[in-house]
Design a protein around this ligand. Sequence first.
Ligand code: PLP
Ligand code: SF4
Length: 333
Amino acid sequence: MKCNSGKINTWQRALIDTVTKPKELLELLNLDMSLLPAAEKAATLFPLKVPRNFIARMEKGNPCDPLLLQVLPIHAELQEVPGYTSDPLQEASFNPIPGLLHKYHGRVLMTLASACGINCRYCFRRFFPYEENNPGSMGWQKALNYIEKDSSIAEVILSGGDPLMATDQTINSIKDSLATFPHIKRLRIHSRMPIVLPDRITPELIAAITHPKLKTILVVHCNHPRELNTDIRKAMQQLSQAGVTLLNQSVLLKGINDDANTLIELSEALFDAGIQPYYLHALDKVQGAAHFDLAHQQALQLHEKISAHLSGYLVPKLVYEQPGASGKMPVKA
Ligand SMILES: *Cc1c(COP(=O)(O)O)cnc(C)c1O
Ligand code: SF4
């Protein structure tokens, strides 16, 4: 029997099939089961979630694989470290209405979806109250009314969670509304999905994020050159042909990309894939992620090294977020 209702796409199927059990992840990668108790314990604080497609890019038998370290819950997450809190950005206080963050001039951020395609252990949103903050499809009207009334807003940023967890229809209808507001010039999407699940980029999605009256910018999130593969390069080509500007933001992570050669290779590989390096973020001081953090002094030294080796346009800006600031702050000595 064939049913058309409830038709699901390849990417939705891949999400359903995502690995969420630490034991399965360790088995798939032939890793030592001695890692399991800590992984299971840390996963109770923030669940393990990683698409098989991303696991396929990890090296089997290597517990220090830079992709694995971004997703494997470990014992260090359980330690409370002074200065690392559950809401490092104090975002709770910048919510004019649920689902909308208006912190910076000219731009608003809509938290479009509550979940992500992957759970990154270093994420500053590991404690963010997504569920309360997600108005759902009916609630978007309030956010759109706010945007319509404020003509100082030129750019709307779809964020999350991961905004590309939303359906093409949701994204398309929000875009169509935004396109009717004369002051909105740009639609920007911040998503890690194109990297962890490149199947998400379909002709339907490209149609949903583009509009003749808007410039579309897609900011992907890639931390290590080994994350990039042929599927991603193909997807980026399709986006680029549709006129979408492609940028990348990375998070500087101890043990993963905190050496100059990796960062240089990352910038080169991104540009080869048609993606312009944009930001290199110093870690937000979220509880459970202290083991990924680097002192600003070390971050600066790394940034100086890569700046000396790369063409200017391949050097991402080294920034951090300070609650209450009117934009991302450059890391300074
Ligand atoms: C990061 C961020 C932006 C975008 O900042 P850009 O410097 O323009 O990339 C906008 N709003 C909020 C709330 C943000 O956190
Ligand atoms: S994809 Fe982005 S928002 Fe989602 S868990 Fe990873 S870092 Fe956080």
